[in-house]
Design a protein around this ligand. Structure first.
Ligand code: LMR
Length: 328
């Protein structure tokens, strides 16, 4: 790896930093869309890369491509099925073409906090969802936390009526489309990498995301402010090709999965803190963060309530009940 330093430095300028892989090593390309600093996914992916490259040197080599530098979320799963990338961690809202069961994660005001999401994912129902796309060629390996979603817009949002008539960027999820329609807003599906420009130029008026994404993508710079609604979640599925995964030697698969599980436990425990720090960084940079009174929050809950019934058939009442039970 003597020539690796020069390669690593040149890649660092482009946002990715990794040592060149040696011949004979299994190359694991990991493509994701967020920044690497003050971001639960960015930090976890970098740690995974570091550990795999240290502990599996000679056997496997990981190259992480952050910031949509290799693929957008709408392309990465197709690329994975073609064998062009081996790992990704798209948000759970981005699997619509593969399963409707994941819609449970997008239901507004279902999970009270990230601890509840964690309990649901660890449950039998949550673990079974990891295997739910095998027939479509995808194998879920782990859930990674980001955190609770907040709304931002080019005007203050304190009551659901404030969102009426505004254009909102949403992830490619029909639940999120229905959620915005329930508010009388106009949802527009759009890739993550395009959101900043769309907010800046007025193609859309607002968006929903976690503090780490609002900070990392600088959305707060081109919005009037954000409102702490905690109305939903953004979490990730670390996912691979079922065929590629099954084709690995047992010892390689086991070691990789052990490292992934350790990184997952380590970083998931810190995700709320990372989002809290991102929120503080937004405020420190002059971004406006508004709080809701209990009455205002109740009005948002009420406005979005009709969304659940619409998707109960797709998701399954049993899965929704299991998710609700995780709030206890
Ligand atoms: C989004 O598209 O808003 C998020 O899924 C991006 C991400 O990966 O956190």
């Amino acid at each position: 790896k003597i020539a690796a330093t020069a390669v690593a430095i040149s890649f660092m300028a482009g946002g990715a930093a990794f040592a060149a892989c040696d011949s004979g090593e299994i190359v694991i390309k990991f493509s994701h869309v967020t920044n690497t600093d003050k971001h639960p996914k960015g930090i976890a992916a970098s740690l995974l890369q570091e550990r795999v490259n240290n502990e599996m040197n000679g056997k496997a080599c990981m190259e992480v491509y952050p910031n949509s530098s290799l693929y957008d979320d709408d392309k990465v799963l197709e690329a994975m099925l073609l064998g062009d990338v081996q790992l990704a961690a798209p948000s759970l809202s981005k699997f619509e073409k593969f399963t409707k069961k994941f819609r449970v994660f997008d239901l507004p005001f279902l999970f009270e906090n990230v601890a509840a999401v964690d309990r649901f994912q660890a449950s039998e129902t949550g673990q079974a969802l990891l295997d739910s796309m095998q027939k479509r060629g995808l194998q879920g390996l782990a859930y990674w936390h980001n955190g609770m979603k907040q709304f931002s817009a080019n005007k203050p949002l304190l009551l659901p009526e404030d969102a009426k008539g505004l254009k909102f960027r949403v992830q490619p999820s029909d639940v999120l489309v229905a959620q915005m329609e329930a508010l009388g807003a106009n949802p527009q599906k759009m890739a993550f990498s395009e959101v900043y420009g769309a907010l800046q130029t007025g193609v859309v008026d607002g968006q929903e995301n976690t503090w780490s994404n609002i900070y990392g993508q600088k959305f707060f710079e081109v919005q009037d402010g954000s409102t702490e609604t905690n109305h939903g979640i953004i979490d990730y599925l670390v996912v691979t090709s079922a065929e590629w995964w099954a084709g690995l030697d047992d010892d390689v698969r086991t070691q990789l999965k052990t490292i992934l599980d350790e990184v997952t436990a380590d970083r998931n425990g810190d995700s709320s803190k990372v989002n809290e720090e991102a929120k503080e960084a937004i405020i420190a940079a002059g971004g406006v963060v508004r709080q809701l009174t209990p009455e205002q929050r109740a009005a948002w809950v009420e406005a979005m309530k009709p969304v659940w019934a619409k998707f109960e058939g797709d998701i399954g009442a049993d899965i929704i009940a299991a998710a609700q039970a995780s709030n206890a």
